[in-house]
Design a protein around this ligand. Structure first.
Ligand SMILES: Nc1ncnc2c1ncn2[C@@H]1O[C@H](COP(=O)(O)OP(=O)(O)OP(=O)(O)O)[C@@H](O)[C@H]1O
Length: 301
């Protein structure tokens, strides 16, 4: 029986070598598996430098997500002095084995991992840490938006601290379900009548729950839930709930009963101002990020 190489799982063991035109990378360990492949920590054999290598199985039926990830990372590189995007180091494809790979800058722990490490008792980050981390998360989102893309899956697991000397910089990861909302003439695409749910229930915007086309403001709404997830002592009220309807209702309650929703946080009224601003935006609207940064820094300093 012939096996389509695209359907085989990519499962590299430590010591496995991946050779490109430029270098050989030796697998150290698996960092995580996504919906369409896996990410490994690798060492470049000559220099000993460590990188992250993302692999995607080739598929006859599904468009390559890794190709889009590469296109986005190429576009946004150099957007800021301190970039929130991992640098592309190398890339290639292995026709015989049936996979594409991307070698990129190695990031450290994700915000979700860091939050977990703090333990169940403390729950969230301190307000200053949560706010300054969120500010960087929004900068990354703004940089992506400048190029006409939306991320559609912003959550603590998709942001990571930099490694070593870059541990104070936050990186945005995983553009697997990002979407370009501008067409080739740089005009906003006409919104589709219905849209299937994509992303993560806990952080999805209300438009996403309701099957309405997502715009820049929807990433900002997800970012806002990320901020709450990091800052609220007990986490988001709807954590652990996988019922889309119930979660959507709980998100509505953040608006109708803000004082309760913000669990006694001193800066609750500023957070309420931010979500009120995001909520009045429409699909086509550009976001005034500086309005949000201003409010965040007002709380921070
Ligand atoms: N450059 C990187 N440096 C370090 N770790 C990374 C890097 N990129 C991704 N990872 C880690 O690898 C794991 C898998 O990431 P990936 O982006 O493939 O998908 P995912 O978010 O787990 O899944 P899905 O694609 O289904 O959303 C995650 O734990 C992520 O933190």
């Amino acid at each position: 029986m012939s096996v389509d190489p695209g359907e085989e799982d990519v499962d590299f063991k430590p010591g496995h070598e991946i050779t490109s035109k430029k270098a050989t990378y030796v697998v150290e360990k698996l960092l995580g598996e996504g919906g369409f492949g896996a990410v490994y920590k690798v060492k470049e054999s000559k220099t000993g430098k460590l990188y992250a290598l993302k692999v995607e199985k080739k598929s006859e039926t599904k468009p390559s997500k890794l190709k889009m990830e590469i296109a986005i990372l190429k576009l946004v590189s150099g957007e800021r002095k301190t970039s929130h995007f991992t640098e592309i180091v190398d890339r290639g494809k292995k026709d015989k084995e049936g996979y594409f790979f991307l070698v990129m800058e190695l990031a450290g722990a994700s915000l979700a991992d860091l939050k977990k490490k703090r333990g169940k008792m403390s729950g969230a980050f301190s307000p200053p840490t949560a706010l300054s981390a969120s500010l960087q998360c929004l900068e990354a989102c703004e940089d992506l938006h400048k190029y006409g893309y939306i991320h559609r899956d912003l959550k603590p697991a998709n942001y990571a601290c930099g490694a070593d000397k870059k541990s104070h910089t936050i990186y945005i990861l995983d553009f697997g379900i990002s979407r370009k909302i501008l067409n080739d003439r740089n005009e906003l695409k006409t919104p589709r009548v219905t849209v299937r749910f994509k992303g993560t229930i806990k952080f999805a915007s209300m438009a996403c729950h309701k099957g309405i086309e997502l715009g820049w403001k929807d990433d900002c709404e997800s970012w806002f839930y990320l901020l709450l997830d990091l800052i609220l002592p007990n986490g988001l009220q709807w954590r652990g709930n996988q019922d889309k309807g119930t979660v959507c209702k709980a998100k509505e309650e953040v608006r109708s009963k803000p004082k309760d929703a913000y669990q006694g946080l001193k800066c609750w009224n500023i957070l309420d101002k931010i979500i009120t601003y995001i909520d009045q935006l429409q699909y086509q609207d550009h976001v005034d990020y500086h309005y949000i940064y201003r409010h965040l820094t007002e709380v921070l300093y």
